[in-house]
Ligand binder design. Structure first.
Ligand code: VGL
Ligand code: ZN
Length: 511
């Protein structure tokens, strides 16, 4: 028996070998006692069949060297490493508890607050490791998080870690195209090529770990590697238990976004988010936005689960925003060259089998009209109960010619018209949420139910209804492309450039 071999050794380095305590991918772990330090330790041996592969033994010792350069309360410490009589070993801090995986298996799912604390602690450990030694772990999962008896999580097993640190690079190489890790927790990009995975891959796996401790099982399961791979690249994890607040589910979905660019981009951002959901549910209501006009569009406060349904054959939809007479030259709220987009949109629409039109549709005494507020002029801003509102000239009054679609707009296969702004008290720029930024129009539900996940937007005006719609669609986890040629803007005090900036940083594709 392989384990007996080590027990029979009795000693290695400065340590006495006491009893086997566990096994990992590359190694077998024993409890031991360090003579000089007068300390109980863990001793990890490189599996005997790997000892003769120089690559494995190098990688094994590299793990020790990387870890030895770090000192963090949530990273397992390394005391020593070496080779003796053909055995490679690492002497580690002994954790007197079980792994998070064992704990969940034995005691069931963790309370949400506890799960978030642990996740935050590991995020801090990863942030530290990344800053100190440029480390990317690449195998974050519940069995690699050890829990001390007093409940402190410690990140373990840097066996697959890579360092992007320049001099570590010379010794530490993962050949391009190499794939490894634990599939159920691995980000899609790591299946393709582990050598190019960056810290956002760890953020994904930490999200999958958080999912596991809240659900009691990994986000993706399958009978084979390829079954899991398929799920990881195309599927959505099954819904989390109902007691997990939606805000927490949203954090997990963002950590586990398929595309690294859609995840938290760094640990600071992630930790902030983890902290803000730990403060739920008492103080989630931020103050209502007040006062001064800003160039930035307020974020939609969504409820509802951000989960995409199964994909139909054609999952693209074109949303044509407000191509109405009042937004074209000679209209009441004319957008410069607004009518120039009509022929462009007619042409583009033929390449879509799903087209939706939106229609600005106001009562004649609508509160977004300056004329409804004595003494106020268009483009002034006022405060309505839901927040700031720019005042406009009367436009798109229901059943008037100004509210009609441009006569040349030719989209005979339009399947839905979404009207917005039809209540006197509230305006709606976005096709998804009214200007209180929380009342849904129903469009997201329509798109989701029909599996239309790739949204393309054209129309008027780029910096208002188009930009609001695009940002909300991104926030709701749709893929969004705004086709510039099919849009024109109003541009009040730099609003057009600001809208593009905001759209691009939200991940809207500018085509
Ligand atoms: C719009 C201002 C007021 C738009 C609608 O379609 O962009 N802008 N109502
Ligand atoms: Zn309007």
């Amino acid at each position: 028996m392989a384990q007996d071999v080590y027990l029979q050794l009795g000693n290695i380095g400065r340590c006495e070998i006491l009893a086997p305590i566990g096994e990992g991918g590359m190694g077998i772990v024993y409890r031991g006692r360090h003579h000089d330090l007068d300390l109980d330790v863990a001793i990890k041996f490189l599996r005997s069949h790997l000892v003769d592969e120089p690559q494995s033994s190098n990688r094994f010792l590299r793990e020790a060297r990387l870890a030895a350069r770090m000192s963090h309360p949530h990273i397992v410490r390394v005391f020593d490493c070496g080779e003796s009589g053909g055995h490679y070993y690492i002497v580690l801090e002994l954790i007197d508890g079980q792994s998070l995986a064992d704990q969940v298996a034995a005691q069931g799912v963790l309370p949400v607050g506890r799960a978030l604390q642990i996740t935050e602690a590991i995020a801090r450990a990863l942030d530290h490791a990344r800053r100190e030694v440029g480390l990317i772990h690449r195998d974050i999962k519940p069995s690699n998080i050890l829990m001390t008896a007093s409940g402190q999580p410690k990140l373990a097993d840097l066996g697959l870690a890579k360092s992007i640190d320049a001099d570590a690079m010379k010794t530490a190489h993962t050949a391009a195209g190499t794939v490894f890790g634990t599939p159920a927790y691995m980000p899609p990009e790591q299946f393709v090529d582990a050598s190019t995975t960056d810290h956002r891959g760890d953020i994904y796996s930490l999200g999958a770990t958080l999912y596991h401790v809240l659900a009691g099982h990994p986000p993706f399961e399958g009978r084979s590697y390829f079954e899991i791979l398929k799920q990881v690249s195309d599927g959505d994890p099954p819904p989390l238990p109902r007691h997990v607040p939606l805000e927490v589910q949203e954090v997990i979905l963002r950590m586990m976004a398929k595309r690294p660019g859609d995840r938290y981009q760094d640990y600071t951002e992630l930790i902030e988010s983890l902290q803000s959901v730990q403060r739920l549910p008492d103080d989630t209501e931020g103050p209502v936005a007040h006062g001064t006009r800003t160039a930035s569009i307020p974020e939609a406060r969504t409820t509802g689960r951000l989960i995409r349904p199964a994909s139909p054959v054609e999952n693209r939809v074109l949303i044509v925003v407000d191509i109405q007479n009042d937004f074209c030259p000679e209209g009441a709220l004319a957008v410069p060259d607004g009518d120039k987009v009509v022929s462009v949109i007619n042409r583009i629409s033929r390449r879509f089998s799903h087209v939706i039109l939106t229609q600005d549709w106001h009562r004649e005494d609508h509160l977004s009209f300056a004329s409804s507020h004595p003494g106020k002029k268009p483009l002034e801003e006022i405060e309505l109960p839901y927040g700031p509102q720019i005042l406009w000239p009367d436009h798109c009054v229901e059943r008037t010619r100004g509210a009609e679609f441009h006569p040349d707009l030719d989209v005979e296969h339009c399947e839905l018209i979404i009207r917005k702004g039809y209540h006197r008290e509230i305006d709606s720029y976005s096709a998804f949420f009214e200007n209180d930024r929380q009342t849904p129009t129903g469009l997201a539900g329509y798109l989701r139910e029909r599996g239309l996940t790739r949204v393309f937007i054209v129309g008027l005006a780029t910096d208002f209804c188009v930009a609001y719609s695009a940002l909300d669609a991104r926030r709701l986890d749709f893929e969004v492309t705004v086709i510039e040629d099919g849009c024109r803007g109003i541009d009040i005090a730099g609003s057009l450039a600001a809208a593009w900036d905001q759209m691009e940083s939200a991940g809207v594709i500018r085509a």
